[in-house]
Ligand binder design. Structure first.
Ligand code: EPU
Length: 342
């Protein structure tokens, strides 16, 4: 167990925000992890878990322990003729895991190609893209209670998944560290999800009529690369806001005023594209200092280099206020804000 003092967290968050942690530790085994948790509990440190650091905005220094976890490994737990259960450790790169599944011809997560972050943090916000969410294939996960070091298995139902949501963002927020996740994937008769967004167009452009899961992944990679910034080149955290869900009544009223509004029915409501409102309000491509709104996807805020977490937060607040004033739509942040805003 090695605990360092006053360490910059810039390399550990995809926004590339430069704040310091009072204490910092990296851990690559469960035994070491338990020791560090014990130390943190005994010395009453508050703990900031860092895995991919891809869904957080650090707004000030961390006056406690920043714990970078580095638990690696992928293995097959069981297999039948048609399905396989695969176990992946928390710190495996999400896209690396998708790539591993595709190389083995295991289907179910190809639509989630190229999403930044790690396998163990993906369930917290139930990552989703192109009509598939992680909850569709996750069977269970193992988590460690940070206050006690005790392991607990969560079934899919225990996770209480919703759109970009789970129990780990609500009742159990900051209480558990997800160590390992199990997925049930197809070995044959793969079920393709091609109806969302531009997938069919992209496949047609590639002259593909009967796509494999590998083709679908490739099409999605092309689409994502065309509009989402690569966090290793420009700091960002993917979609900064959630797509709001509004009533059919509200949607109809907006549609009269703004006929080209973008949205689709979900049960009795409509999920509308936050990016559309932000773009219509004139924010797409805007830059204030080093904080900006991505020029190709208005849902994504970016750090051009030296922006502070607070500057990115203030930009997000200005967008929230403006979209509310112009459309009466209350946007919600998807990214976790870490630290105090006083
Ligand atoms: N739109 C605009 N302007 C923009 C962006 C979007 O008008 O700048 C409108 C367009 O009408 C477009 C529609 O929004 O047709 C949908 O855009 P897109 O397909 O890019 O998807 P999104 O709703 O903006 C969501 C997810 C993304 C995910 C894509 C594809 C959320 C918050 N975001 O974005 O997830 O990749 O769908 O499934 O649900 C992420 O969470 O980090 C993320 C990138």
């Amino acid at each position: 167990m090695l605990i360092q003092e006053n360490v910059s967290l810039k390399p550990y968050n995809t926004f590339g925000v430069d704040v310091d942690a009072r204490y910092f530790s990296t851990t690559s085994s469960q035994e070491d992890l338990l020791q560090v948790l014990k130390w943190a509990n005994e010395t009453q440190q508050k703990i900031l878990l860092l895995n991919g650091g891809s869904n957080m905005l650090l707004v000030n220094d961390w006056d406690g322990l920043a714990l970078k976890i580095d638990l690696k490994g992928i293995e097959i737990v069981s297999s039948t003729e048609e399905h396989v259960i695969v176990s992946v450790q928390s710190s495996e790169d999400w896209h690396g895991f998708v790539t591993w599944c595709l190389a083995n011809d295991f289907g179910g997560i190809e639509n989630l190609s190229l999403i930044p972050g790690k396998a163990g943090t993906a369930p917290i916000q139930n990552i989703g893209a192109y009509g598939v969410e992680i909850k569709d294939v996750l069977t269970q996960l193992t988590a460690i209670e940070m206050a006690t070091g005790k392991k607990r298995i969560f079934t899919n139902a225990d996770c209480q998944f919703g759109y970009r949501d789970s129990v780990f963002k609500n009742q159990l927020k900051n209480q558990y560290l997800i160590a390992e996740v199990h997925f049930r994937l197809t070995k044959k008769k793969h079920v393709l999800h091609l109806d969302y967004g531009a997938i069919r167009n992209q496949l047609a452009e590639n002259n593909i009529e009967n796509p494999t899961i590998q083709d679908v992944s490739q099409a999605i990679i092309t689409i994502r690369q065309s509009k989402l910034p690569d966090p290793s080149k420009i700091g960002n955290s993917g979609s900064f806001f959630k797509n709001p869900v509004i009533s059919a009544l509200e949607f109809d009223a907006l549609k009269i005023q703004f006929p080209d509004i973008s949205g689709h029915a979900v049960d009795d409501n409509y999920k509308v594209a936050a990016g559309w409102f932000i773009e219509q309000a004139g924010w797409k491509g805007k830059r204030i200092g080093d904080a900006g709104v991505h020029e190709k996807q208005a849902l994504v805020l970016v750090n051009y280099g030296q922006a502070t977490g607070r500057e990115i937060y203030d930009l997000s607040q200005a967008i929230l206020d403006d979209v509310w004033a112009k459309f009466g739509i209350q946007l919600e942040r998807e990214v976790n804000i870490i630290g105090s805003l006083d």
